[in-house]
Design a binder for this molecule. Sequence first.
Ligand SMILES: [Ca+2]
Ligand SMILES: [Ca+2]
Ligand SMILES: [Ca+2]
Ligand SMILES: [Ca+2]
Length: 290
Amino acid sequence: MAGMLTPFLLSSLPNNPTSHLTRNLLPDWSPDGTKIAFASYWDGNSEIFIMNADGSNQKPLTNDKANKGRPSWSPDGTEIAYVTGGNDGNFEIYVMNADGSNQRNLTNNSAGDFNPSWSPDGAMIAFESYRDGNYDIFVMEADGTNLRRLTKDPARDNYPDWSPDGAMIAFDSNRDGNFEVYIMNADGSNQRNLTNNSAGDDGSARWSPDGTRMVFSSHSDKNSEIYVMNADGFDQTRLTKDSGVDSFPSWSPDGTKITFVSDRDGDLEIYIMNADGSSQKKLADTVTGN
Ligand SMILES: [Ca+2]
Ligand SMILES: [Ca+2]
Ligand SMILES: [Ca+2]
Ligand SMILES: [Ca+2]
């Protein structure tokens, strides 16, 4: 993969299910800040795991033969949405209780469905789907009903993330030549490019808990690094400076920390740093089933 984690990583899983890129991905903090959910390779495929926020007590919440990824906590902390699929390319959005019980399919569509993100009020889930012939952002009620398509561009539109006030959704798109971070109103109107960086791919943006900033990954420095910017796209500041892949950042609920994924020690692991980029360290050596 030449050191690049693409924003649409999960959609490439079926073609390369044993890649190291399926390991230790996409950390997401529980709303109370005590736990982190993530995807990790385990017993032949990737599963959803949970650990304490200090990296201790890792355990799988799922365990079957399908590849899974992109856990997203419900705002009340009781449920986790995630992606699961076999090797047939038909990924679905599932929801389970935060202890792994009561796993249920929300999408039930023959096309690939990826990257769920809960609305802050818990009522809606945004996700990406290939059901109309290219990747677009959709929203549905948290029970899977009332599906609506928000983007209608022939380019790839991926990785939605709701603003903390619920008014907007950030996403990645390559509609302007390479991947950029976009935002739109939650009804799909007023889609606009925030990063405008033709030097490389930008994506996997997550809003800060106070809504004033976004953390994202950018490939503009020839390898993937973590950046922050104001929520209007200005004042882009690089937080990581390492020759490895640094991608998929996620804020702690109090806004003081950022977790991310890095292969700087040769294997993809979950790292943590202060929100200003200081004190970068590996959070844990995560389990890998083989
Ligand atoms: Ca599907
Ligand atoms: Ca599209
Ligand atoms: Ca770009
Ligand atoms: Ca890097």
